[in-house]
Write a protein that binds this ligand. Sequence first.
Ligand SMILES: [Zn+2]
Ligand SMILES: [Zn+2]
Length: 293
Amino acid sequence: MRIDLHTHSDVSDGTAPPASVVRDAAAAGLDVVALTDHDTTQGWAEAEQAAREVGIDLVRGLEISCTHQGRGLHLLAYLPDPTHPGLRDLLGRIVEGRSGRVPAMLAQLREAGVAIEQADLDREGSRTAATGRPHVADALVRLGVVASRDEAFRDWLDAGRPGFVDRWAASVTEMVQVVGEAGGVTVVAHPWGRGGRSALPEEEIAVLAAAGLAGIEVDHQDHTEADRARLREVAADLDLVVTGSSDHHGTGKVDHDLGCHTTDPEEYERLLARASAASAASGRDTPEVVQPR
Ligand SMILES: [Zn+2]
Ligand SMILES: [Zn+2]
């Protein structure tokens, strides 16, 4: 059983529509795929239909942009009730904050000698809940300023670079609690990725576990072997689920092919058990895993 719990479609910053992501996941030999677009559940219905057509299990999720002590942190949320008012409010604020910073980014880039028009971005982000940094990154690639999206972030858009503008994001502790109230479960995404171990020190993982965090994404392309080994120990100490995923973005990110990292079936069962318990405790009508076979 091959399980990939982290993918993006073009409703956020992936390059393929949700139905294609699901079909490609089946074609790649996966048995379970989760669609986890940034801060939106907009792709769920299309993904569900495709999952039923091709006969692959689908976990409806999202990857939420949070902050923790001034740093950005991504939180995967699985199977929450998307109509939960608190969750909806927070997601709305995140999406507004993202779109709201784009004009300021374009102004700063212009100052630094790179002219990108808002119209260029509207074209890139036509299907998405909000235009944001990935769309500016793609425009930089298209203009030939940089060779790849990664380079665009590194040289222009990350904190400390000429195009960086801060924005509002939810506190990760608050988001863990709100997703729980919405009957879903949370897994911290690539915690020691780009920012290294200081992005989320071990003692902070313990704080999140106490707040209700269900798991840690351990097997991810941005983690070194040593970091994975240590995160496994941290997860075992805190009784957290260990996941592995591709963080697939279509052609938007290299080396993130569907199924390049997967989640152990036993860990997946533990995650689903935590989700069932959260759903029951919330008393809400939460989505189930789509199981067409
Ligand atoms: Zn992420
Ligand atoms: Zn992601």
